[in-house]
Design a protein around this ligand. Structure first.
Ligand SMILES: [Zn+2]
Length: 352
């Protein structure tokens, strides 16, 4: 029934990336996966000492400037803040999420022994909390069924990080057969990574050479204020950084999941570069795709964080739109190609 969803090129790559946990700070499995996928098409990727993945594509020399396209590898997660005497774990958000996004469900904790253990997030007895309308992280425990000694042996400590087990992350397909909804915990930002990889694959298939050297970057630690992209751009010093990440229907923004991809022009930290915005607009026009322009004062991206760090000189952003950001995110099937088409058109036409 949903064959066309699973056959979509972005979805195929996304599914592979979704198959490994990648909480902020523990992106090593998804980094290896990205290198493995790119190698299939003949790309030799590199990893810097921070753990960011970089794939370089030579341009045709029309412009001597360098463009970096970047998506972040890390996903929203949890961090252990205390281990109680009964072996229950106190946790807090790792990146911007909320306890009610999580709910009571299985959790996979990444250990120092480089494996994982399962626990279940718990908010306590429902019977005694009827009528209670809010929860914070102090209300959350993760039941592990292990003693403090056993947890120590297994390599779980304060600072260990956790995500949802792979059996609970989706994707799930539903809705209109002609343009179904696809839900997953979370797209952000493996769907960006999948699109960068799809661009690399398509460039290879079409023997396309861009107008400038392009660096495809897969950054760490975006969800905790861009601590992967910052050292990367300081070392690479790209002239332009295009952030390829989610677009969010912020309340009041008018952005909708049924519209086109988002181009963020201003966020909490920065005004994005005028000529990069125009280039994205032209790229979208070239493939007959409407964009949704967006400004926000409640969020930032790797692009604005990088600009503030002093690395790139100009920045832009293009985003796939999904609802339920930083939770069980929902996107329309048609967004997959709408987004890829705009991104690939940008790669084909941009002259910095
Ligand atoms: Zn993101």
């Amino acid at each position: 029934m949903y064959e066309k969803v699973t056959a979509n090129e972005s979805m195929k790559i996304f599914n592979e990336l979704l198959s490994v946990p990648s909480p902020t700070g523990r992106e090593e499995l998804v980094a290896a996966k990205i290198l493995e996928i790119a190698a299939r098409w003949g790309y030799k990727g590199e990893q810097d000492y921070a753990g960011n993945v970089v794939i370089r594509v030579k341009g045709n020399g029309k412009s001597k400037r360098v463009t970096m396209l970047s998506s972040h590898m890390d996903e929203i997660g949890l961090v252990v803040t205390r281990i109680e005497l009964d072996g229950k774990l106190c946790v807090h958000k790792l990146g911007g999420t909320l306890p009610w996004k999580l709910g009571e469900r299985p959790i996979e904790i990444l250990t120092d022994n480089r494996d994982t253990i399962i626990g279940v997030a718990s908010f306590g007895a429902g019977h005694s909390q009827v009528g209670q309308t809010s929860v914070d992280w102090n209300n959350v425990r993760v039941i592990t069924g292990l003693t403090t000694e056993q947890l120590k042996e297994k390599g779980v400590r304060v600072g260990s990080v956790a995500v949802l087990p792979r059996s609970h992350v989706g994707p799930v397909f539903f809705g209109d057969e002609n343009d179904p909804m696809i839900a997953a915990w979370t797209y952000d930002d493996r769907m960006g990574c999948a699109n960068l990889l799809r661009v690399l694959k398509t460039m290879k298939e079409e023997s396309f050479v861009p107008n400038c050297d392009m660096t495809f970057a897969f950054s760490k630690q975006e969800e905790v204020k861009g601590n992967g992209i910052k050292p990367l751009v300081i070392r690479e010093l790209p002239d332009v950084l295009l952030c390829v990440d989610g677009g969010t229907p912020f309340p009041g923004s008018g952005v909708t999941a049924d519209g086109g991809p988002v181009c963020l022009t201003k966020d909490k930290l920065a005004d994005y570069s005028f000529d990069v915005i125009l280039a994205i607009k032209e790229a979208a026009k070239a493939v007959g795709q409407e964009l949704q322009f967006c400004v926000t004062d409640v969020a930032y991206t790797d692009a604005s964080l990088a600009l503030q760090s002093g690395g790139p000189l100009r920045v832009g952003h293009v985003g796939f739109v999904r609802e339920n950001s930083h939770g069980f995110e929902v996107m329309r099937y048609s967004m997959l190609d709408k987004f890829f088409n705009v991104l690939y058109s940008f790669v084909k036409t941009f002259v910095p």
